[in-house]
Design a protein around this ligand. Structure first.
Ligand code: NAD
Length: 258
């Protein structure tokens, strides 16, 4: 089989969190286009159901929508159990749900801090370990997490200390799990996107001045598109990346290079 054919995900079962929109939706679409059956997981059930329907119609892959708040251990465990019940196994997962809160550190409330850490970092821990327990038993599996270039640099001008800290945490959590599980068939990687122009960002009037500033700082002079993350995610989920584990792959149009 040639390399491109080997990259296909036919017959694989994959869940994606935060898949009702943005990067998660683009990832789920790519996995399904590559042949996988995909569980669309989100706190927003209606959004997840719409995406699941759209992807099934467009690709012919089997999809299910599952409501899950990634900060709740019982919901995460029920979600993983539902995926395994539905598809009989879990080949890969993409723990991607996340939020950003901008507030100066000295004014950030404890609740704001806690919410960002709960969703972005604890949510990834809960999902990755629940998925990991299934995959360790199977003896195989690929876990992908969404970190961010904000885990590598301090973005300006917006103040976002909780977000930056949560994403640096995702990166080291990813590497920690990769080392713990390296000899047991389970790989763990993350991607660190630069600014990505999801619909939410592009349609938010209040972000327009920020986007102009980000573009002025960006070597490529533009935001990335969710579709520009798809090929790396398909690679990480599949069987041509078997020596790739513990990697944090920055996809940022060189934003963090200087
Ligand atoms: P988005 O807001 O379009 O999508 C996030 C999804 O997560 C939404 O569908 C939302 O309903 C869901 N979600 C929120 N809280 C949840 C919870 N508690 N449980 C389950 N689902 C929940 O955002 P996006 O831009 O597509 O971002 C996706 C990921 O990529 C996030 O982790 C984000 O931090 C990261 N990221 C985004 C960018 C960017 O510029 N867009 C850059 C780097 C990293």
């Amino acid at each position: 089989m040639g390399i491109i054919e080997s990259m296909r995900l036919d017959g694989k079962a994959i869940y994606v969190t935060g898949a009702a929109s943005g990067i998660g939706k683009a990832a789920a679409t790519a996995f399904a286009e590559a042949g996988a059956d995909v569980a669309i997981v989100d706190i927003n059930l209606e959004g997840a159901e719409n995406v699941a329907k759209e992807i099934a119609e467009a690709t012919g892959s089997k999809t299910i929508a599952i409501q899950c708040d990634v900060t709740k251990k019982d919901q995460v465990e029920a979600m993983v159990a539902k995926v395994v019940d539905t598809y009989g196994k879990l080949d890969a997962c993409y723990n991607n749900a996340g939020i950003a809160v901008n507030a100066p550190a000295e004014e950030m409330t404890f609740e704001q801090w806690q919410k960002v850490i709960d969703i972005n970092l604890t949510g990834v821990f809960l999902c990755a370990t629940a998925a990991g327990r299934v995959m360790l038993k199977q003896g195989y599996g690929s876990i992908i997490n969404t970190a961010s270039m904000s885990g590598h640099i301090v973005n300006v001008p917006q103040p976002q200390c909780a977000y930056n800290a949560s994403k640096a945490g995702v990166s080291l959590l990813t590497k920690s799990l990769a080392v713990e599980w390296a000899k047991r068939g389970v790989r763990v990687n993350c991607i660190s996107p630069g600014y990505i122009g999801t619909e939410l960002i592009m349609n938010a009037e209040h972000l327009k001045p920020l986007i102009e500033q980000w573009n002025a700082m960006a070597p490529m002079g533009r935001l990335g598109k969710p579709e520009e993350l798809q090929s790396i995610l398909v690679y990480l989920a599949g069987d041509t990346s078997t020596f790739t584990t513990g990697s944090d792959i920055i996809v940022d149009g060189a934003f963090t290079c200087f």
